[in-house]
Design a protein around this ligand. Structure first.
Ligand code: KG4
Ligand code: ZN
Length: 358
């Protein structure tokens, strides 16, 4: 079943649209556009939901237009009158070559999700396309499929992002069994909060990662909460609090050794994630590990997992860096799995669901 899917993602602070072609089960990205709001949220040290939503409203049509235009679709032509849309300069290409429209319907920030969902519903209605509602976490887990490699099942999927940290068992792609997750902060959230208390800008993950490269990861020993609990759950808020207390005890020294603090923090998080993932892989006899989500961009985590998976004769699949953080390409890929099962959504009934569990 060959097809072209337009993916739309607005669950948090990236407005993104992609056109993905699927040919005999292989994925080819025809276009992808990501408009990031990082600079705006940096000013407030984090995301203000209303500000994010307004930016999505401003960007959604130009981003979709660009994606469709860049995809160079054979029959894409232009319709409308100049300045008729939000972009004020471009026109909406006719989506005649697109077979399906896919959109993230949750989980995420409700006001952000709504922008993508309403745009997708409108386009699906106007251009008479089937609509696929995609769970954001299913999108992250599907991003490894873009490697177009044979992922041996069962696989264990570790999603580590700003909003989520969870382990899923995949007996087949498109079906996800939750086996454990964080009991407090998500891993990315721990990176962001720890960075903030160290005075680093938003988002903290890439900042900590940058400083960590220059630091000694063995300088500070940090707690690994829940490590010894015989389950597949995580807890990260204690590590962040530990950094806070140590910082308050001796701010000067901590500031001076900020690279070592960053490296030690990063090492601790990478180790605990790897430890629990490997434990789950053994228990469920997984053959592969799939890493996904924004924190999957972290080099130390990638390396730590890679060493352990090799030692344990497991295959590790990690998406390209640009597919770790939020993007619409992964949403189109996840949609393909649903399209095969004819899992479509009623345009008139679809509502964004900020708490949609996978
Ligand atoms: O998947 P994502 O783009 O958005 C959510 O779905 O939440 O993940 C964003 C998170 C942020 O917390 C960010 O700090 C973290 O991913 N992140 C990183 C790195 N790059 C992004 N964390 C650690 N190391 C990185 N290199
Ligand atoms: Zn995400």
């Amino acid at each position: 079943m060959d097809m072209k899917i337009l993916g739309i993602e607005t669950s948090c602070d990236e407005t993104s649209a992609s056109v993905v072609e699927v040919n005999r089960g292989k994925f080819k990205v025809l276009s992808e556009v990501v408009s990031s709001q990082i600079k705006i949220h940096r000013k407030t040290g984090g995301i203000v939901p209303e500000v994010a939503a307004r930016e999505h409203v401003r960007n959604i049509l130009p981003v979709i237009e660009q994606a469709v235009f860049k995809a160079n679709l054979a029959r894409a032509s232009w319709r409308g009158r100049p300045g008729s849309l939000a972009s004020g300069r471009s026109l909406l290409p006719i989506l005649s070559d697109i077979d399906y429209i896919a959109v993230t319907a949750g989980p995420g920030l409700i006001t952000s999700l709504m922008v993508g969902v309403e745009a997708a519903k409108t386009l699906a209605f106007v251009f008479d396309k089937k609509l696929v509602a995609v769970n954001h976490l299913a999108g992250h887990l599907a991003s490894s499929l873009l490697l177009n490699k044979n992922i041996k099942l069962p696989a264990l999927g570790l999603v580590v992002s700003g909003g989520h940290t969870a382990l899923y068992l995949l007996k087949k792609f498109g079906r996800y069994e939750y086996i454990g997750g964080t009991q407090d902060d998500a891993a990315g959230e721990a990176f962001d909060k720890t960075a903030k208390l160290l005075g680093l800008p938003y988002p903290g993950g890439p900042e900590i990662s940058r400083l960590a490269k220059l630091g000694n990861p063995d300088k500070y020993v940090m707690p690994q909460p829940m490590r010894n609990k015989p389950n597949f759950d995580f807890s990260f808020s204690g590590i962040k609090t530990h950094v806070l207390y140590e910082y308050q005890k001796n701010p000067r020294e901590y500031k001076k050794n900020i690279n070592d603090v960053a490296a030690s923090f990063e090492k601790t998080v990478a180790e605990i994630l790897t430890f629990k993932t490997l434990r789950a892989a053994k228990k469920f006899k997984a053959r592969s590990i799939i890493l996904a989500g924004g924190v999957a961009a972290n080099v130390r985590l990638r390396e730590t997992l890679s060493v352990k998976t090799l030692e344990n004769d497991l295959a590790l699949f990690v998406p390209e860096l640009k597919y770790c953080t939020d993007n619409a390409t992964m949403i189109a890929v996840a949609a393909y799995l649903q399209i095969q099962k004819k899992d479509f959504t009623n345009i008139f009934k679809l509502k964004a669901n900020p708490n949609w569990e996978l």
